[in-house]
Write a protein that binds this ligand. Structure first.
Ligand SMILES: [Zn+2]
Length: 163
């Protein structure tokens, strides 16, 4: 069973081939988590929006079964499309969108599951315990309060980076 059906990038944007390699690389790093949970993404797409880092689209059948159709990830800097987001930021967004395979709304169950995926990722790549220390602080819904910039997280320098 494949984990991702197809990839698509924005061909009119600069460095399109690099964008495709980046998208495939990020997916490669996250695939073991997808396999473990039985997640499947028919189409993984690059998109470029000011207001979203990622988006999951799904359809609901007449029986009420939700099926994810597309996951979209912003790969580029919001201000400069020639620059890519830090890979840690993209992976973080990917793990968030994966969590939507199980939970739609951003409720407590959602944030708990997202944290499980973060921990799995950290464990898989040997990231130090402190890498997600900023998630100890949560708001009333269990949503983590972010602090600092993703590229400064201690763990990211240890993630396999070549793409
Ligand atoms: Zn979300």
């Amino acid at each position: 069973m494949p984990t991702i059906g197809s990839y698509s990038i924005m061909r009119d944007m600069p460095h399109a081939s690099r964008a495709l390699r980046l998208l495939q690389h990020v997916a490669h790093l996250v695939k073991p988590i997808m396999r473990r949970h039985g997640y499947y993404i028919p189409r993984l797409e690059e998109f470029y929006r000011q207001d979203f880092l990622g988006l999951t689209e799904s359809v609901v059948s007449y029986r009420g079964v939700k099926t994810v159709t597309v996951v979209k990830l912003t790969l580029r800097d919001h201000r400069d499309p020639y620059r890519f987001q830090p890979i840690g930021q993209i992976i973080e967004t990917f793990l968030h969108e994966l969590t939507h395979q199980r939970f739609g709304p951003h409720d407590k169950r959602f944030w708990r599951q997202q944290q499980i995926h973060r921990d799995e990722f950290a464990h898989m790549y040997g990231l130090p315990d402190g890498w997600n220390v900023q998630y100890e602080d949560h708001d009333g819904n269990g949503r983590p309060k972010y602090s600092g910039r993703y590229e400064n997280w201690p763990g990211w320098s240890q993630v396999p980076f070549l793409y």
